[in-house]
Each structure stands twice: as structure tokens, then as C-alpha cells.
Design a protein. Structure first.
Length: 341
């Protein structure tokens, strides 16, 4: 079965082809980062218009890469939500129009389920059950995953997600949008001993997290540096970046280990854009090896939003595909409401 996946939930247009026998055949991705950088953040109307311009050419390129035609498709999957309403409508419209014209099923996919299942595209791939640390741009959650659709939220951020904290802190430090990846790169040159920042909720009895206070602590630290030396030079900025990243990583690692202990599971799956962070990966790998645990990640190219995760999740849920002719998008959509397979 050959499934075309279309991702258009925010600022990246992704298209991919997944074959249930041969695996991932092709994927194409266009990011709007350069366009939104001029405004310091995502502009929803511009995002929607750019999806319209990109989705058909990317679909053609994807089919050409795989040596397939539209007539070879068995089904089409698209991101139904959550995300920006206008952006979601672009993917939904194209998916439903193509499915109607080809007389094949169409599947609405939950964006977070796509991220959650993306490590199953890696080699080796994890077996169920596992604990999942989902750290995408707007979400930070720990979940017990016992099967596709069988998800139990164990803990989540009470305010800013880790990815949001990265981007907001980067903006505070004067880094260009999107600042999160730049902050991580600068942190590699920072002195881990110079500054210490708080670890919010590190020792709380639950598995919840909080990162907005960490962002405030960075602001206070920057003001103190400016008062002392007149300006935030490159060395001090890199050291602050390192202290910030150290705090985020320590919280995520400790909460993940606690979730594994609480559930009795031995496998941890990390998904989402922050899952590409090298310091986080190194810290999780080290902690897991010391405890006889296993950690799994999606391929680096599939950490951020992409069509491959949507095509794969759609292929897993193809039995729930619906007839074409009517469609919807869900800018807000509770992951726990998905039916188990």
C-alpha cells in the first residue's frame, strides 16, 4: 500500500511517500523560516499562502523522486490538526481533492501522533510499549505508549514548552528567528561552570514541567551582566546559552528517567524538533546506558515537521480512512481522544 502524506500545520510544507512493504520511498520539505525571520515569528496568513504555492510542486517532486505516479497511490494522509487553521486547510483541501479525483481513501492524521510514531521510521525501531518524550515546538509531554492510539499522558509542561523556551530565550539574547537552533549551537562554546540557572520543578513529585520561570531567570542574569560590564559580550552570551541548555536538559532527562521508573518500561522514545539537540541526546544516552535502558530517536531529518511522519501515521491508520467529499481540520485536538488500534 502506497500512502502520500501532506504536512502543513505551521511553517513547513512536507510531502512524502510511504510504502507499507518497502518503507519510506521519498520525502520533500520546504521551510518558511527565512520568510518569517523578517517578522520575528510565524505570520499565519503568510504561512497559509506559502503552503498553497509549495504543496503541488513538492508533491510532483516527491512522486518523481520515488518513480511513482498519482495513479499508484492507495491513500492520502494529511495533518488534520492541531496547528494553524488556515495552514491546515491547505493540506486538507489538496489531500481531499486528490483523493476525490483518484477515488481513493483520505486519512486525517494528528500532528503529534505523527511525531510520536516517527522513531518507528528509524533503524533500529522501538517495540511497544515505551515512554515517549515529545518535545516539539509547542509541546513538551511525557507519555506511556502501549500501542498505536493507546497513549497515556504522564506529565507535561504547565506553561512554555521546551522549544518555546528555547526560541523566547534566544530572542531575549538578541538572536535572529528561529533562535532555538542558534542558541544550541552557541551553547557548545559556552562555559558550563560560569553560570547556574534554576531547574524548575526538577524535584516535584509528579512528572510535570515548567520553563517560563527559566526564561525569566535568563532575563535577570542578562541584566546583572549588563550592569556589571556594560553589555552582554559574545563570551557571556555563549555562557548564558550553555547554562540555559544545561537546565533544560537536566529537567528533561530526570523527568524521563522518573517516567520510565514509574511505568516499569525499559524503552524511551524521543520525538520532536528539540529531540535533535545534541546535548539532550548525549545526556539521555549516557543516563540510559548506566541503567540498562534503551533510547530511540527519529532520523535527524525527521525531527522537525515533515510529511514522512504523516504518511507513516496515515498508513498505520488506513483502516480508519474515510470516504472523500467532506473534510475538517482541528486546530485544537486532544491526542488522548484518538482511538486505539
Amino acid at each position: 500500500m502506497l500512502v502520500l502524506g501532506i504536512e502543513s500545520s505551521c511553517d513547513e510544507t512536507g510531502v512524502a511517500l510511504y510504502d507499507t512493504d518497502a518503507g519510506l520511498l521519498a520525502h520533500q520539505l520546504h521551510t518558511q523560516m527565512a520568510m518569517h525571520a523578517e517578522y520575528g515569528g510565524v505570520v499565519p496568513e503568510l504561512a497559509s499562502r506559502d503552503h498553497i504555492r509549495r504543496v503541488i510542486p513538492l508533491t510532483r517532486a516527491c512522486l518523481a523522486e520515488a518513480g511513482k505516479t498519482l495513479q499508484d497511490l492507495s491513500a492520502i494522509a494529511f495533518t488534520e490538526g492541531p496547528g494553524l487553521g488556515g495552514a491546515l486547510l491547505v493540506g486538507a483541501s489538496v489531500a481531499n481533492a486528490l483523493a476525490f479525483g483518484l477515488n481513493i481513501p483520505v486519512i486525517g492524521v494528528h500532528h503529534l501522533e505523527g511525531h510520536l510514531l516517527s522513531p518507528l521510521l528509524a533503524d533500529p525501531r522501538p517495540e511497544f510499549p515505551f515512554v515517549a518524550l515529545l518535545v516539539s515546538g509547542g509541546h513538551t509531554q511525557l507519555m506511556a505508549v502501549r500501542g498505536i492510539g493507546d497513549y497515556e499522558i504522564l506529565g507535561e509542561t504547565l506553561d512554555d514548552a521546551a522549544g518555546e523556551a528555547f526560541d523566547k530565550t534566544a530572542k531575549l539574547l538578541g538572536l535572529d528567528y528561529p533562535g532555538g537552533p542558534t542558541l544550541s549551537r552557541l551553547a557548545e562554546s559556552g562555559d558550563p561552570e560560569r553560570f547556574t540557572l534554576p531547574r524548575p520543578m526538577l524535584n516535584s513529585p509528579d512528572l510535570d514541567m515548567s520553563f517560563s520561570g527559566l526564561k525569566t531567570a535568563v532575563l535577570m542574569r542578562v541584566k546583572a551582566i549588563e550592569a556589571e560590564q556594560g553589555a552582554l559580550d559574545d563570551t557571556a552570551r555563549n555562557d548564558v546559552c550553555r547554562a540555559f541548555q544545561e537546565a533544560i536538559v537536566e529537567v528533561l532527562v530526570k523527568k524521563s528517567l522518573k517516567a520510565l521508573k514509574q511505568t516499569g518500561m525499559k524503552r524511551l522514545v524521543v520525538a520532536g524538533g528539540v529531540g535533535a539537540n545534541r546535548q539532550l541526546r548525549a545526556a539521555l544516552d549516557l543516563a540510559a546506558s548506566r541503567r540498562g535502558l534503551a533510547v530511540f530517536y527519529p532520523p535527524l531529518a525527521l525531527c522537525t515537521d515533515n510529511g514522512a511522519m504523516i504518511a507513516f501515521a496515515g498508513a498505520m491508520r488506513v483502516a480508519q480512512a474515510r470516504a472523500t467529499g467532506a473534510y475538517t481540520v482541528q486546530p485544537r485536538w486532544n491526542l488522548a481522544s484518538l482511538p486505539a488500534l
